[in-house]
Design a protein around this ligand. Structure first.
Ligand code: NAD
Length: 325
């Protein structure tokens, strides 16, 4: 693979713009070609990034010579179709989460990836976080249980408003229950971390609250799950004064690990001590980009596969559809 990796981006909303900014700081990933179905979004992006070129369509972008990878940052409905087009063109594909709520189509896509040995991953950003490394060290399959046996996991989320202020420009899909809502958009990241460490979770009971309009996304969720025999409790709501309050508590027999603010704030209470605390430094968005470069190079990487993202989505949709006990 060449030193500079040329990337085409489809979807230039909140997340596409964010990723474009992050890529400015990376030595190898170079965004070159962009496309958005909304001409105003495309024009605004080109004005802000005159170094980029616009394609005439998603298909034209994907067929352009010289690209090494495709990044898909549209809402979920287009993810699988665009992924297949990227694979047809021989591109490595990084797709935004949630991958899709169409499980049958997702399974067919995963079968193709495995059959054709394609390069594909989903952008759960906690995959490269120091917090996830700490959890693996403490509770992963290869861990020597330095904090004792895991007894319980709690996930707590609260949002002063949904969508959050920084997503005010996002499309209406984000506020609607068909594709949006905080369970898919935010809780999915923590379910990813849970399942990466403990394996598949089973939903035992769940109660989502919805507005009466029949259209808007959930405003609250309480649920009980079990993963690797460990009880997992979720309490999430739209309410309170904090724009984006998220915490995950891992309670073990000797100590507790609490991860707050997207795993950037990790605190440990009581006795046990994690080995290799150096691993808690230096990970984050740039590390995720290094993993993406590894995917493009065809090397091993820590990004979630499409199969891992499907497993997350199966848990998420079960949470949203489980009738109240
Ligand atoms: N990984 C993360 O941390 C993270 C954070 C926020 C959002 N996301 C995900 O990123 C994706 C995009 O979210 P967003 O907040 O940027 O949404 P958004 O509504 O702000 O932007 C989506 C953009 O995609 C464009 N679009 C829609 N359909 C298209 C198509 N078929 N072809 C080309 N362009 C199309 C829209 O015009 C819009 O500009 C979602 O899947 C979301 O869940 C991930």
């Amino acid at each position: 693979m060449p030193e500079i990796l040329n990337i085409g981006i489809i979807g230039l909303g909140v997340m596409g713009q964010r990723m474009l900014s992050r890529m400015q700081g990376h030595a190898r990933l170079r965004p070159v070609l962009v496309w958005d179905a909304d001409p105003a979004r495309l024009a605004a992006c080109l004005q802000q990034h005159p170094e980029l070129r616009a394609a005439y369509s998603a298909e034209a972008l994907i067929a352009s010579p010289g690209l090494h990878g495709l990044y898909i940052a549209t809402p979920p409905a287009a993810h699988l179709h665009l992924s297949h087009l990227g694979f047809d063109a021989g591109l490595a594909v990084l797709c935004e989460k949630p991958l899709s709520v169409d499980f049958e189509a997702t399974r067919a896509c995963i079968a193709r990836i495995q059959r054709e040995k394609l390069r594909a991953a989903v952008n759960f950003s906690l995959a490269s976080s120091a917090g996830l490394s700490a959890l693996q060290l403490a509770f992963g399959a290869a861990a020597h249980m330095p904090l004792g046996a895991l007894q319980e996991v709690q996930i707590s989320l609260a949002f002063a408003a949904w969508p959050r202020p920084w997503q005010a420009q996002a499309g209406s899909w984000l506020a609607e229950r068909a594709e949006g809502g905080f369970t898919r958009e935010v809780l999915s990241h923590f379910i990813f971390a849970l399942q990466r460490v403990l394996g598949p979770a089973q939903v035992l009971a769940a109660a989502a609250q919805y507005p009466a309009d029949g259209l808007s996304a959930e405003t609250g969720l309480r649920a009980e799950l079990r993963a690797a025999g460990v009880p997992v409790r979720i309490a999430a709501q739209v309410g309170g004064s904090v724009a984006d309050d998220n915490r995950m508590l891992w309670r073990a027999s000797e100590a507790e690990l609490e991860l707050r603010d997207w795993f950037t704030n990790v605190t440990q209470t009581r006795h046990g001590e994690l080995p290799q605390p150096a691993l808690l430094q230096g990970a984050g968005p740039l590390a995720q980009l290094d993993q993406w470069a590894a995917l493009l190079d065809g090397h091993s990487h820590a990004l979630p596969s499409y199969a891992e993202a499907l497993a997350v989505q199966e848990t998420i949709e079960a949470l949203l559809s489980t009738p109240q006990a």
